[in-house]
Design a protein around this ligand. Structure first.
Ligand code: GDG
Length: 470
């Protein structure tokens, strides 16, 4: 196989394995924004993507799917448990999301994380062309930048961190805090969602490693003089095109109307769409809504709340408990308030095709994004993209990256249940003129700053580094 100029390294390959009823296997491109953002780049230069196919013990040769060259990384069942479900999703994820759930620290998990990061780094180092570029993604692979640099000092390396980076007081808990910082500093450019994440990272570098930091630049000492690393915010966004297309389709619009009708034609539909995750503030949202019904400020005749909670990380204990808690809360509220015609909460623990998600966005008068901590939150941006008539209200937690950009949303602190209740009431009662004033400005922001703007600004920063070097 020829070497690739541009190599993406992410935990998952951008394809899902589909097995037809006759047993025939094929690969379908997953609909994520990252693939959409990088597809044009991957097609213009000679690109490759290193990642796991999502199934344990699957050894696959490199292959091509929809014009992208894919390099699969095999993970054993034990590595899935220790590296992925363990260290990535039960150590780093809770620690970096402000310890909403207690992070578990296990030395075997760390060892698996190091070993698997090595495997990804080696695959990337052997795939990339002389003087090429490697772009590493996210918290599962924080050690890969330094590992690739050791193997291939000739390449330019970028890293993008999709989740928050914690304040130093929390980060300092990590037993392997210095190793992780060194791993990340192997990159030339380190991208974060918010300015605050970059600030926290730079503070950790200064305090733990004592490297000089000037503005967004870190001087990393090395044997052949020091190297400069840029760490700053590159807020991610969505590929707006498929949303703008779907909202024009008569069948999607008809489906939105059908959803409203099937709920007994409520005056207002409230919507939440999240992976079932403790960072998303689903419990807080349900609690606030339940109290509004109890106090008679809302009634099920007028309002229905649809909560899509797509199944996620179902083998991690914290997620099993969370599901139980949410389902208990939902059934209590429905038991107390449902009528034969109206339901208080239509709870869906299911994943849906994008067409159905867009129909839900179109049907929703109020979108509730109440995350306790979230790197960005793309759902907020997707909702905005679908509101071409400038109607609808976004209630948005200040603890999301999106809150830095979406200033015309109704801002909430989800821990403040009274404040959240008032925000829901403001959204439910908002006059059309006010909705439209806010939504117009929100749409301008999202449509002008889409995922292509994000990827090109990151890649431009990497290209600058490369130009300075040659
Ligand atoms: C991480 C960071 C950051 C959800 N359920 C269904 C479905 N989804 C789609 C949404 C959205 C995506 O999944 C979720 O993205 P978010 O940004 O909201 O949240 P995370 O999954 O936690 O993503 C986050 C992001 O990375 C990108 O950097 O913004 O902060 O945590 O696109 O629409 N899509 C379909 N069916 C579902 O049931 N089709």
């Amino acid at each position: 196989m020829t070497a690739a100029e541009f190599v993406v390294v992410a935990n998952r390959l951008p394809v899902d394995r589909v097995v037809a009823p006759d047993g025939e296997e094929s690969w379908r491109t997953s609909p994520g924004g990252l693939v959409a953002a990088l597809e044009p780049v991957m097609k213009t230069v000679d690109g490759a993507w290193v990642g796991w196919a999502g199934q344990a013990d699957l050894e696959l040769e490199p292959f091509e799917a929809n014009g992208i060259r894919l390099i699969p990384i095999a993970l054993s069942e034990q590595e899935v448990e220790e590296y992925y479900e363990g260290f990535a999703n039960d150590t780093i994820w809770p620690l970096y999301h402000d310890v909403i759930a207690p992070p578990q620290f296990h030395r075997e998990w760390w060892e698996a994380y190091v070993a698997v990061n090595h495997r990804f780094a080696e695959a990337a180092a052997s795939a990339v062309a002389q003087g090429g570029t490697v772009w590493v993604h996210d918290y599962q692979l924080q050690l890969v930048p330094e590992m690739v640099r050791t193997l291939r000092p000739d390449v330019t390396i970028g890293y993008f961190h999709h989740i928050p980076f914690p304040a130093h007081g929390l980060y300092a808990q990590l037993p392997w805090r210095d190793q992780v910082l060194r791993g990340l500093l192997g990159a030339d450019v380190i991208g974060f969602q918010r300015a605050q994440d970059a600030t926290y990272f730079l503070a950790a570098v200064r305090r733990r490693l004592q490297h000089p930091v000037k503005g967004s630049l870190v001087e990393v000492p090395g044997e052949e003089g020091s190297r400069r690393v840029l760490a700053k915010a590159f807020p991610i966004s969505i590929d707006t095109a498929p949303y703008l297309e779907l909202i024009q389709k008569p069948e999607v619009r008809a489906r939105a109307a059908e959803i409203r009708k099937s709920l007994g034609d409520p005056k207002r539909i409230l919507l939440g769409v999240d992976r079932l995750d403790y960072t998303k503030g689903i419990r807080h949202r349900i609690k606030a809504y339940g109290e509004l019904l109890t106090e008679g400020r809302l009634s099920v005749e007028d309002v229905t709340f649809i909560q899509v909670a797509s199944p996620s990380r179902e083998r991690v204990d914290a997620y099993v408990h969370l599901r139980d808690e949410i389902e208990l809360a939902v059934s209590r509220i429905n038991g107390d308030f449902d009528t034969m015609v109206h339901t208080a909460i239509r709870y869906l623990h299911q994943g849906f095709p994008r067409e159905e998600m867009v129909a839900l966005y179109l049907a929703a008068d109020v979108m509730l994004v109440t995350a306790l901590r979230d790197g960005m939150n793309l759902v907020a941006k997707e909702y905005i993209a679908t509101r071409a008539d400038n109607r609808g209200v976004l209630v948005l937690s200040e603890f999301t990256g999106a809150a830095d950009e979406l200033r015309q949303a109704i801002r909430v602190n989800p821990h403040d249940i009274e404040g959240l209740k008032d925000a829901i009431m403001t959204a439910v009662e908002m006059e059309p003129a006010e909705q439209s004033r806010r939504m117009r400005s929100l749409r301008k922001r999202v449509l002008e700053h889409d995922v292509k703007v994000w990827s090109s600004s990151f890649l431009d920063a990497l290209a600058d580094v490369r130009a300075q070097r040659s």
